[in-house]
Design a protein around this ligand. Sequence first.
Ligand SMILES: Cc1cc2nc3c(=O)[nH]c(=O)nc-3n(C[C@H](O)[C@H](O)[C@H](O)COP(=O)(O)OP(=O)(O)OC[C@H]3O[C@@H](n4cnc5c(N)ncnc54)[C@H](O)[C@@H]3O)c2cc1C
Ligand code: FES
Length: 268
Amino acid sequence: MANIMFQEKSRILRNENISPGYYKIGLTSDRGYSEALPGQFVTLKFADQIAPLLRRPFSIHRLITTAEGISGIEILYRVVGTCTKKLSLCKKGDTLDVLGPLGNGFSIPSDARRIFIAAGGIGVAPMAFLTSFMQKKGADLSECTVFIGGRSEDDILCRDDFTRMGIAVRLTTDDGSAGEKGQVTDILEPAMKLRPDIIYACGPMPMLKAVARVAKIYAVQCQISVETMMACGMGVCLGCAVEPENDSDAYMHVCKNGPVFDSDIIRI
Ligand SMILES: Cc1cc2nc3c(=O)[nH]c(=O)nc-3n(C[C@H](O)[C@H](O)[C@H](O)COP(=O)(O)OP(=O)(O)OC[C@H]3O[C@@H](n4cnc5c(N)ncnc54)[C@H](O)[C@@H]3O)c2cc1C
Ligand code: FES
């Protein structure tokens, strides 16, 4: 774990509807997230409210920086159920109870230049932090390509953010309303002839499985960020177990050993 987690009451700075069903929320932090790594997540609940009882996990999408330093975080979320519906109704000035940063993060080999990032739907959330983190560390992103897939154009998020950073963006949608019609791996696989140094992926399990398969065929290192249901988010309830690829290894827990794993160490 990169740094000490902390729990704090965070004020909502903004809560914007950026596409049908998708919101970006800005939260203050007194403690700052200066040591947070891309891929790490926070869990949150509504301050001083009982329901929903369980905290919900969300990737850190961005760090909010002011002249004084890091003053908060942004989360990108999709409305799917009780908590995210309630979150979408929150207003500027409302308070959330935030615990983080949790889990591990993507590891970034210092010699990686040709970087492929595959994101499916809301799986793009940690990738904005990943690219801005690499840029701040002085990485040359001119050979980085982000492959974003979604059901339709409304599910394609952050493309302009990556483009502004000078990163090539390739799109696919199931219905062909943006980019090429099909799945992310339909465009990732032919691009493998460029021999990327590493692939980072986040998205639905079938997508992660397909990306891991491509990485294996081309013998390219691949790190995947896995989303499972989580109850405690801290390694206590064992509800987020994933099977190891090697039968002799113990089960791993997404909240503690992940959410980022090398794609060849867990069975997906
Ligand atoms: C490490 C991690 C990082 C995440 N990062 C983000 C993020 O950046 N943005 C974002 O929008 N979401 C993210 N998620 C998923 C997010 O936690 C869930 O969407 C959220 O908990 C749903 O809460 P809810 O009360 O709205 O839905 P619920 O009412 O609890 O559930 C609604 C439906 O969503 C399904 N569901 C709930 N949680 C998950 C899950 N984790 N995986 C698959 N299906 C689920 C349920 O089975 C149910 O069908 C992340 C999950 C993990 C584990
Ligand atoms: S969510 Fe409880 S152990 Fe991972």
